[in-house]
Design a protein around this ligand. Structure first.
Ligand SMILES: [Zn+2]
Length: 269
């Protein structure tokens, strides 16, 4: 049956549209409650404007009343949340022997994914990771590391190495931050890495950070080349800030699903 994946996708897009609201209102003083409206003219959105992905497509990304642009963030977050929930559904069905275990696995990781999606978009937009979000993520993942094994979620064996992997992954970021007095990186990436270590365990956690650096480096080169073509050589500086949390989160999602030991460190443990 394909009902599960379809339902997971639709459910994910609805959660995604809620995440959009959280992203737009977090740290702005607006409450999460209250009806959504156009940011330009204040027109409140009716039910037909609130259908994930489709409303944005039908309106061609513009407000029904005043015609001002509606961010492409809305359909993108809805679509990718849906996609991740489908993948999570497939992971959960490994535990299909016990529907309760499968459902709780799905819900737990859906909450963590939702947190990571908020951090991803927030850092992309504002170049900062709010402490509240990374501490929430670290708190959840510490709880997980204290009660299960991240690689075998049905095992309740706790690995000391996995418990240490949060602080171990935090340390290099902390060192870079300390040495550069905060000029090279902010400490926000380190706080995120703390949770990544607890979430994935040592081998996958370290692999996620290494993947993030690789993907980030490739992206930075492409970004600098296109900027140079666009702006000419004068205006290009190394100071152009590229937020790092999105790469850490891409690395984390890849490792969550694929568990690639990118540096072959597994042979030592
Ligand atoms: Zn409007």
């Amino acid at each position: 049956m394909t009902f599960g994946p379809i339902f997971s996708f639709l459910f994910g897009t609805i959660i995604g549209s809620f995440l959009n609201v959280v992203i737009f209102r977090y740290n702005t003083g607006h409450s999460i409650n209250g009806r959504s409206g156009c940011l330009s003219c204040g027109q409140t959105l009716s039910a037909r404007d609130l259908i994930p992905i489709l409303s944005w497509l039908f309106l061609r990304g513009r407000c029904r009343k005043c015609g001002s642009r509606i961010s492409i963030q809305y359909p993108l977050v809805e679509f990718f949340t849906g996609l991740l929930f489908v993948a999570l559904f497939w992971m959960s069905s490994e535990f299909i022997g016990s529907p309760v275990a499968a459902a709780s696995y799905f819900v737990w990781h859906a909450i963590i994914f939702a947190t990571l999606i908020i951090i991803f978009v927030y850092d992309l937009k504002h170049k900062i990771i709010p402490d509240g979000l990374s501490y929430f993520f670290a708190g959840l993942t510490l709880i997980q590391a204290l009660i299960t094994n991240p690689i075998y979620p049905t095992h309740t064996t706790i690995s000391i190495l996995n418990l240490l992997s949060g602080p171990i992954l935090f340390l290099p970021f902390f060192a870079l931050w300390l040495i550069s007095s905060g000029r090279w990186i902010g400490l926000g990436d380190g706080k995120l890495a703390l949770g990544i270590g607890w979430y994935l365990g040592f081998i996958s956690g370290l692999s996620a950070v290494v993947l993030a650096f690789w993907i980030g480096a490739v992206f930075a080169v492409i970004f600098m080349l296109t900027e140079r073509l666009r702006l000419g050589r004068k205006n290009i500086t190394m100071k152009t800030e590229i937020p790092f949390a999105p790469f850490l989160i891409i690395g984390t999602i890849i490792e969550f699903f694929l568990r690639i030991d990118v540096i072959g460190i597994g042979i030592f443990f």
